[in-house]
Design a protein around this ligand. Sequence first.
Ligand SMILES: *Cc1c(COP(=O)(O)O)cnc(C)c1O
Length: 239
Amino acid sequence: MSITENVAAIRARIEAAAVESGRTGADITLVAATKMNDASRVREAVAAGVDVCGENRVQELLEKNEQHAYDGAPLHFIGHLQTNKVKYLVGLAELIQSVDSEALLREIEKRASKLDLTQNVLIEVNIGGEEAKSGVAPEQLDALLRFAGTCPHVRVCGLMAIPPISVEKGGNHAYFCRMKELFVDIGRKKYNNVNMQFLSMGMSDDFEDAIRCGANMVRVGSSIFGARNYAAASVQKSE
Ligand SMILES: *Cc1c(COP(=O)(O)O)cnc(C)c1O
């Protein structure tokens, strides 16, 4: 199957899951998770009509951006973000999906203010309470959103989550539903600079389940591009 065929097949599955939850495929933003795929493959996905390119590593994003890999689609950052890399992303990434600390918000505010622009972000929630995972704990989400309200050059546009790796199908249903509850709860409260527009959750193995639970943005990698070759990548890196 080509990338183009894969994207068409995913669109059809998105459409069906959206209809099950009283929406249509047009309500769902398809982010292609482009990590470890080179510029020509990313261009193919853009040509196939993915809505967004989502990149994980800043260095890789900058390299592929130089190669015009993302031309024609908005670019999101979806990977773990270090404070010292923020400066490369502000103003370049339309949406930074993985913000989970005051330190990151403070740095984004500083950089966006310098460039006199407003940076859109999502707050990443560690919905599975996993120790090694990025994301703010659900109990600390309110405090972080209140802090975001003090950052005039940052706009929080929603929430993102990467639930635990699930062995069985539907295994993350409860986490997805919990995220939807948080999304709705926060939407009812009135925080400065916060507008709950996007709920970004669901990947190749579980995007339909996420959509049924209320996701309106899914991040799909291997189902578009095929399995990633981590072995080849680590050889490259160590060279
Ligand atoms: C890689 C990645 C995805 C997509 O994962 P697949 O299982 O390949 O679809 C989604 N979100 C994030 C943050 C990722 O790093």
